[in-house]
Design a protein around this ligand. Sequence first.
Ligand code: FAD
Length: 438
Amino acid sequence: MPVTSAAFGAGGSRFFPVPERVSFQPDPGADLPRSAEVIVVGAGFVGAWAAYHLAGAGMRPLVIEANAPASGASGRLCGLALAGVGGHFERVNALVRASSGRSIADYTCRSLDLLEDIDARLPGGIEWERCGSLDLLTDERQAADGRSMAELQRAEGLPVEILEPDDLRDMAPALDLNQARSAKWTPGDGQLNPFKLVYGLLEAAHRLGARTVRGVRVESVVARGGRVWGVETSHGTVQAGAVLLATNAWTPWLVPSIAANLTPIREHVMVTERLPRLLTQGFETNHCNEYWRQEPTGELLIGGHAATDEAMGIGTYSMATRREIVPQLARLLGRFHPALRDARVVRAWAGLLDFASLEIPMAGALPASDGTPLPGGYLVCGLTGHGLPYSSILALLVSELITTGASRTLPLNPFDPQRYVGTAHEPTWLSPFEGGLG
Ligand SMILES: Cc1cc2nc3c(=O)[nH]c(=O)nc-3n(C[C@H](O)[C@H](O)[C@H](O)COP(=O)(O)OP(=O)(O)OC[C@H]3O[C@@H](n4cnc5c(N)ncnc54)[C@H](O)[C@@H]3O)c2cc1C
């Protein structure tokens, strides 16, 4: 069924499903304290970065995770850090500029610098590689889009370059130039090992006094006397001075007032067998749609193809893998890289993205049930498919807000969740999805 804007009528639709709780395996032996200075709910990128920053600022965060760290999207992604946040750049940048005068590139480039820095700090690093990225453009329309995006991004301080066929041949000799006629090259982009990032950050936070408890689900945020009191969990209540929700697509279950503006979208990744080094020039994207990279050990990861998922994966909380998507991802890889036509696929999985209706993430004060900010409550969600360029900086800014009362490194106001409360914006991300069906 085509996905059209009519599907986003008043009162919601299948694309704004009834919020669901994250499913989990309770740990009957979980040792959950009855109080904490600050609680972080969720141990993905956002929760792990927040625990690290809060512990670094002298607090003793308690991380409560329903499953295992990196069991959500942060252990299911491809692992690409794109400072240009794909096709979202122009619209997000306009909103960020309007509310802070800053560029979105100020935030995303800072995130990539934080990743580089943490790679040097954590024992064993995170396999960070500032390899650059090529956004492949297949026809004149895409080339024109690529050129105008490059112009905008350069004006916003993000170094990018358009490569014509001769340069592209030199840089990516394995590419089929009948498919990719030109490309946008972003040299500062990078890739990493997401498990090393989440576990490394948590271990560093633990060394500073943080704790992580897994197998415990937060069922609600408890407010008393007009402020956060703590949380109700599957294992009883925990009192805390502050609560930060880092709960991705499952956030609307805990914060119904944002449900009309946060859509879960399923996305797939598949992995090939180990192959000789082919992507010498960094990772590649397909006009900001699909994306692929090569691990240092040789496996190729490719993700995307929402266009062939049921209803494009929009509005589902299911993380079941749809087998029919895997051969389509494999064919796409073979189309751009003939040498990969017969590469064997060894694994595939799916995970949930949390798309914010206006494509700009939500980070800041938690809206109470009446929509007003609830003192002591915070959230970071709506990363809209770009966990790596957003999570480190937004977790840092919200941690600064928690520990000092204000974000210091950069203004946080562009991400104020209030822009999403009391209204249901028609998603601005819908048109690229409609285009994908053409
Ligand atoms: C297939 C796929 C490919 C992607 N590729 C990329 C990519 O290449 N680059 C990129 O930048 N981004 C990518 N993303 C997006 C990126 O993975 C996410 O934006 C990012 O991981 C979100 O981090 P998070 O911490 O917000 O959420 P998560 O990693 O999902 O963590 C949230 C955690 O909260 C826990 N939780 C939820 N509710 C509760 C509760 N009530 N109680 C206790 N715990 C709870 C969950 O169990 C989960 O572990 C991809 C995503 C997918 C699915």
